[in-house]
Design a binder for this molecule. Structure first.
Ligand code: AMP
Length: 114
């Protein structure tokens, strides 16, 4: 989608530290990491956020989670644990309007997240 930051990363117009390219997903390091491991998993197709997901996206969602599992194993945090987060809309803290799954780990997480 024109003007979408993460679509521009998918197209290669904006550089990112890509760690995994899947059939329908891309995973890259967050530019402002909030933990020793902070990777974003996105669908290559544009969806604004989880509020747009329907049952028709079941395979895509499964691939996003599988990609997050792959990232966790590759980053060595699959045994210690990690957090998966999707922020949805303004009050959810979403700042980039392209669906993304945060993979955070490498330190103990706290709750509530704030
Ligand atoms: P959210 O606040 O849930 O929408 O998350 C958006 C995330 O995208 C934030 O953690 C940002 O640090 C991250 N981000 C913004 N621009 C870039 C970029 N060019 N490359 C990688 N991550 C980015």
């Amino acid at each position: 989608m024109a003007g979408c930051l993460f679509c521009q990363i998918v197209s290669g117009d904006i550089e990112a530290a890509v760690v995994h390219q899947g059939e329908s997903t891309l995973a890259f390091r967050d530019i402002n990491p909030q933990a020793p491991v902070h990777v974003l998993v996105i669908p290559t197709e544009h969806l604004t956020n989880a509020g747009e997901l329907t049952r028709d996206h079941a395979d895509l969602l499964a691939e996003m989670v599988a990609t997050a599992q792959w990232v966790a194993a590759a980053e060595g945090i699959d045994q210690s644990g990690y957090r998966l987060v999707m922020n949805v809309g303004a009050d959810g803290g979403q700042t980039v309007g392209h669906l993304h799954l945060h993979v955070l780990g490498g330190r103990p997480m706290t709750w509530p997240p704030g």
